[in-house]
Ligand binder design. Structure first.
Ligand SMILES: *Cc1c(COP(=O)(O)O)cnc(C)c1O
Length: 389
């Protein structure tokens, strides 16, 4: 073999029998092959073999199986971003003439997908409040309603929907449920009668703000039904990213617990400050969603929102005065972040809709990291004093 050929047909390093790596390798190969066409068509190859990365990849498959198990289901499809997961759950389940029910309290890009882009394909929607069970029941009862998209707790205002009640209503009317469970995390809400869970793995699963990913999780039959759509859509997760997600998940429980503990301490701190009008965090006993969240969830996560007793200029000045909280979107990474809610997460809503969503010009969202909580509280204190002092 000439060296020009050798560089593309490189030596293979096989591990001796019994000699196993402790960490699974990253399978970077786009293509997988068999010695003969006959073998590639065998039952074992068809059931468990790999062919092309857009269909499947062993590293990404490892992530899918782990995430599904954490969410108490048995199958999943990992994709390139959380929004790709939202889109897959929609495209896999609705068609022209159908209607989607969504909530004014939901994540802005999801509202944009359903309100701005789905109508192009002749798919209608109804946007309600997540607490208005009468209206939800009425819309789910319509013949054309096929899918209910909701979050628990909601991004950005931490509303806590009654997951069991929403699922029961949807089931009664034969409507598919999609729960964007990004805020609650993979370890919460697994016991409910949800058809598809969607997560942005960019957040708590990856956990370090250095990789984007999303996943749709459900029972095998439901996932099998949408996999051809996923493969054809092509929003495939890169196996290097799958590896980062698998590594992130090793510390997932430690991080989520620390995010939750820090967020609760900060919510308690904020609720005692005169500069703060209202705190939104389901971990606080006085929060309207507390009792329900306590029944539904093990812990309450790292996001805290609040209204300052201030106008927009002073609210922005407060955000700018924070030193440990970076001003940016996103959440669930080790470092703390802060967002002006109306600007970042409410720009598609009318004045009336902002009111219904409970978003004002002084609303601030903190994505609390895993730093020492005393430093975070000291930073919030100095920013409050600097801005209001
Ligand atoms: C971030 C987020 C998404 C989108 O995830 P990306 O990975 O940014 O595409 C979807 N839903 C919720 C609730 C989110 O917070």
């Amino acid at each position: 073999m000439r060296k020009e050929t050798r560089v593309t047909h490189q030596p293979e390093v096989e591990l001796p029998p019994g000699n196993e790596p402790v960490i699974a390798p990253i399978h970077r190969s786009v293509k997988f092959t068999y010695p003969t066409i006959e073998e590639s068509l065998g039952a074992e190859a068809r059931a468990h073999g790999f062919e092309y990365m857009r269909d499947s990849n062993p590293t990404t498959r490892q992530l899918e199986l782990l995430a599904a198990e954490l969410q108490d289901r048995n199958d999943a499809i990992a994709v390139a971003t959380g929004m790709a997961a939202v889109w897959l759950s929609l495209l896999g389940n609705v068609q022209t003439g159908d209607r989607v029910v969504l909530f004014v309290e939901s994540y802005r890009p999801t509202r944009v997908a359903i309100r701005r882009f789905l109508p192009r394909f002749g798919i209608a929607h109804t946007m309600l409040s997540i607490h208005d069970h009468d209206a939800i029941e009425r819309e789910l009862a319509r013949d054309d309603t096929k899918l209910l998209m909701f979050e628990a707790p909601t991004n950005p205002m931490l509303h806590v929907p009654d997951v069991a009640a929403l699922c029961a209503m949807a089931r009664r009317h034969g409507v598919v449920t999609v729960l964007d469970n990004t805020f609650a995390g993979l370890h919460n809400h697994g016991g409910f009668d949800v058809d598809y869970y969607v997560h942005s793995l960019t957040k708590y699963a990856g956990g370090h703000g250095d990789a984007m990913g999303g996943i749709v999780i459900g029972d095998e039959k439901r996932i099998r039904a949408i996999r051809p759509q996923a493969v054809n859509l092509g929003a495939t997760m890169d196996p290097g990213v799958s590896y980062l997600m698998l590594r992130g998940l090793k510390t997932y429980y430690l991080r989520y617990r620390c995010h939750s503990d820090n967020a609760l301490a900060i919510a308690e701190f904020l609720s005692k400050r005169p500069e703060v009008e209202k705190v939104y965090y389901p971990g606080l006993p006085e929060d309207p969603g507390h009792a329900l969240a306590k029944r539904q969830m093990h812990d309450f996560g790292g996001v805290v929102s609040f209204d300052l007793a201030a106008d927009k200029a002073r609210t922005w000045a407060f955000i700018d005065a924070l030193e440990l909280f970076a001003t940016t979107a996103s959440l669930g990474s080790v470092d703390s972040l802060v967002a002006p809610v109306q600007l970042y997460l409410g720009s598609d809503l009318s004045k009336d809709e902002l009111g219904r969503a409970g978003i004002g010009e002084s609303t601030v969202r903190l994505a609390v990291g895993i730093e020492h909580v005393d430093d975070l509280i000291a930073d919030l204190t100095q920013a409050l004093e600097k801005t209001f002092g």
